[in-house]
Design a protein. Structure first.
Length: 249
């Protein structure tokens, strides 16, 4: 496992219907078992490279001004929710975002290297348009599969992410936790737990988008919502709660 510690200034490193979601973020479900873990899987706020459409991968960028604003709105939105622990990728952009959730609750961010974005090797720092120009014949296949030019294989990204998410889910049974990660890595998890309903090329994970996953110790995983961003446009009242309550199983 990766090193776990606080994120300080020097260490930043199948769906199912539910009845409703209360203001605290707790699901209100008749006959709910007490052996579930709720995970809010959240992408980091915007960076300058996001705006420039550059490949980031393991590059350790901080949030842009807009990204800091997004993180603050996320923190305000989740302020009154019952959250038991906050985990994050150890990269700055994720850690800073996680801090906005953890700090108002008196929690420490616990950074984990396994929650990093996919390593994108030689492509990191290039604009997406430049990647297409330099690798016209096979860039799509390499992007989807990896294994060349120092790019992490997609299956390896999914394996390390799921191994870590599974450990956290089992550790926090009957609790609610926040995990802040990256777009590609989050989509890898969504693909695994949804059986391919969501994932790369199917679900767009926006900056500070909130996805809700539930792990049941006997029944396994389900995805209840993907990349909700009502906190960014002011539609908080019609974001997560209404989407979850209308989710069909």
């Amino acid at each position: 496992m990766g090193k776990i510690g606080s994120c300080g200034p020097m260490n930043c490193c199948g769906t199912k219907r539910i009845n409703s979601l209360n203001r605290s973020g707790r699901e209100e479900r008749k006959g709910a078992d007490s052996v579930e873990t709720v995970i809010y899987l959240i992408r980091h706020g915007e960076t300058v490279w996001n705006r420039e459409r550059r490949v980031q991968g393991h590059q350790n960028l901080d949030l842009s001004k807009e990204g800091m604003k997004q993180a603050r709105r996320l923190g305000d939105y989740l302020r009154d929710w019952n959250i038991d622990a906050v985990y994050s990728s150890d990269l700055k952009r994720a850690c800073r975002t996680a801090e906005s959730v953890a700090r108002p609750k008196g929690l420490e961010v616990q950074p984990l290297v396994q929650l990093r974005e996919r390593n994108l090797g030689e492509w990191e720092g290039l604009k997406l348009a430049e990647v297409e120009r330099r690798y016209p014949g096979d860039w799509k296949e390499i992007w989807n599969r990896g294994g060349k030019y120092g790019i992490e294989k997609a299956e390896n990204t999914q394996r390390r992410m799921m191994d870590q998410i599974q450990r956290l889910a089992e550790k926090h049974l009957s609790q609610t936790i926040v995990v802040v990660s990256h777009g590609g890595s989050i989509n890898a998890v969504l693909e695994a737990v949804s059986g391919g309903i969501y994932g790369p090329g199917k679900s767009r994970i926006r900056n500070t988008g909130i996805s809700r996953l539930v792990y049941h110790s006997e029944k396994g995983w389900r995805v209840e919502r993907v990349s909700i961003t009502g906190h960014l446009d002011g539609s908080v009242a019609t974001s997560i709660a209404s989407h979850f309550s209308n989710q069909q199983g």
